[in-house]
Design a protein around this ligand. Structure first.
Ligand SMILES: Nc1ncnc2c1ncn2[C@@H]1O[C@H](COP(=O)(O)OP(=O)(O)OP(=O)(O)O)[C@@H](O)[C@H]1O
Length: 351
C-alpha cells in the first residue's frame, strides 16, 4: 500500500507532467469536469495547466468560473480519486511497448501492441538488445531505462500506484540462467506455490496438481525427475522445464518472458503449444528459426531498437513444417547419440 504522502506525490506528478488527454483517460472524473465546463480536450501533448491556459478569459467567465478555480477543481478531483481508487490490478488485455531509442539515440518503431493469448518471438543478432527488451517489459519501464521505452497496460500509461500494485506478479521471467537456492524437493516446492494460489476448500486438489505439473515438466525436459528430486540438483534444462510447467499451471502473471529457451535443451515447440493456450502474453527471445517461425508475429531488434514487427508469411508457414521435419531428425539423432547408440541410417529424405 502507498502512504498518503506518496499517493499525493503520485497524482501531483501526473497533474504536472502527463498530457491532459492521459489524465482524462486515467481519471474519468476529470474528463467529466471538463465536459461539465464544456472545455474540449483537443490539443495533444499539453498538460492540464497548458490546456486551461490555451482558452481565452471569456470562456471561463461565460461558465461562471476562472482558470485558477478550474485548475483547483481538477486537483481536488485527482486527489479524491487518488485516495479512493481501487489498487487491485486490473485484468491485462494488452501491453503496449512505446518506442524509445536505439543504441545511437535514433527513435525506434513508435508502438508495438500485444494482446492476451499471443505468443510473440523477439529476434535479432547477438548483442542487439533482445534481453534488454524483455527486461524493459519486466521492469514496466517508464522511460527510466537505457532504451527510454515505456510500457503501457490496456492502452494507458501505468501510474506509480499501478506499478507498485503489479510489483512481482506482472511477469513470469525465465532468464538464460536460473538457480534455486532452497533445499526443497520438487513436490515441496510446488506444494508451497500451489497452496498460495488455491482456496482452502480446494486444497485436496494440490497433490493431483503436483503430479500434473511434474508430468508436464517431464514432457518438456529430457532426463526424467520425480516428486522426490531436489530442486537444487536439477539440471539447467530440468529447472527451466519445471518453471515453465509452473508458469503454465500455477502462476497468475499475465505476461510470460522467456529468454533463449533453445539453450536449455528443452522441447521448445511443446513449450509454445503449452503456453499458447493459457491466455497470457508470451514473449520468447530466440536465435532458433523454428521457434521464430512457430509464432505468428516476431519483433525484430536491431542495434538496441525495435526495427519492425513482422507477421509470419504463408511461405514461412511452409518453412516451419519443413523445419519441424528437420527437427524430428535432429531429435532422433540427438537421442541416439545421448543413448550411446551408433546412427546406422544414411542421411537422406528431407535434405
Ligand atoms: N537501446 C539501447 N540503448 C543502449 N544500450 C542498449 C540498448 N538496447 C540494448 N542495449 C545494451 O546492449 C547490450 C546487449 O544487449 P542484450 O544483452 O539485450 O542483447 P541480446 O540481443 O539479448 O544478446 P544475446 O543474443 O547475446 O543474448 C546490453 O548491455 C544492453 O543493456
Amino acid at each position: 500500500m502507498q502512504s498518503p504522502e506518496s499517493k499525493q506525490e503520485c497524482w501531483k506528478n501526473e497533474l504536472e507532467n502527463l498530457p491532459a488527454e492521459q489524465i482524462c483517460t486515467r481519471y474519468t472524473e476529470v474528463l467529466e469536469l471538463f465536459k461539465q465546463f464544456e472545455i474540449p480536450v483537443i490539443y495533444p501533448d499539453v498538460t492540464v495547466k497548458e490546456l486551461i491556459a490555451a482558452f481565452p478569459n471569456h470562456v471561463f467567465r461565460d461558465r461562471g468560473t476562472t482558470r485558477q478555480e478550474l485548475y483547483e477543481k481538477v486537483k481536488t478531483c485527482m486527489a479524491d480519486t487518488g485516495d479512493t481508487k481501487d489498487e487491485t490490478p486490473e485484468k491485462i488485455e494488452t501491453i503496449t511497448i512505446v518506442g524509445g531509442h536505439d543504441k545511437n539515440g535514433q527513435a525506434e518503431q513508435k508502438e508495438v501492441c500485444l494482446h492476451r493469448g499471443e505468443v510473440v518471438c523477439v529476434v535479432g543478432k547477438t548483442g542487439s538488445g533482445k534481453t534488454r527488451f524483455l527486461e524493459d517489459i519486466e521492469y514496466i519501464a517508464d522511460g527510466d531505462t537505457v532504451t527510454g521505452r515505456r510500457i503501457w497496460m490496456n492502452g494507458r500509461p501505468v501510474g506509480e500506484k499501478q506499478r507498485e500494485a503489479w510489483e512481482n506478479h506482472f511477469c513470469a521471467y525465465l532468464s538464460q540462467t536460473m538457480n534455486y537456492v532452497m533445499e526443497l524437493t520438487c513436490a515441496e516446492f510446488l506444494q508451497i506455490h500451489i497452496s498460495c494460489h488455491t482456496p482452502e476448500k480446494e486444497k485436496e486438489r494440490v497433490e493431483a496438481q503436483i503430479d500434473r505439473i511434474l508430468a508436464c515438466a517431464n514432457s518438456i525436459a529430457g532426463e526424467p525427475f520425480t516428486r522426490e528430486s531436489y530442486i537444487t540438483q536439477l539440471s539447467g534444462g530440468q529447472s527451466r522445464a519445471l518453471m515453465i510447467a509452473d508458469i503454465a499451471y500455477i502462476s497468475d502473471a499475465p505476461v510470460v518472458l522467456i529468454d533463449e529457451p533453445e539453450n536449455a535443451g528443452i522441447d521448445c515447440e511443446e513449450v509454445i503449444r503449452l503456453l499458447a493456450g493459457k491466455e497470457k502474453i508470451v514473449l520468447i527471445s530466440t536465435h532458433d528459426p523454428l521457434i521464430a517461425l512457430s509464432c505468428e508475429k516476431r519483433i525484430v531488434i536491431r542495434n538496441g531498437g525495435i526495427a519492425k514487427l513482422q507477421q509470419r508469411s504463408a511461405c514461412e508457414k511452409e518453412w516451419k513444417v519443413y523445419l519441424e521435419e528437420v527437427n524430428q531428425k535432429m531429435k532422433m539423432i540427438r537421442g541416439k547419440i545421448r543413448n550411446g547408440e551408433n546412427i546406422m541410417e544414411q542421411p537422406q529424405g528431407i535434405l
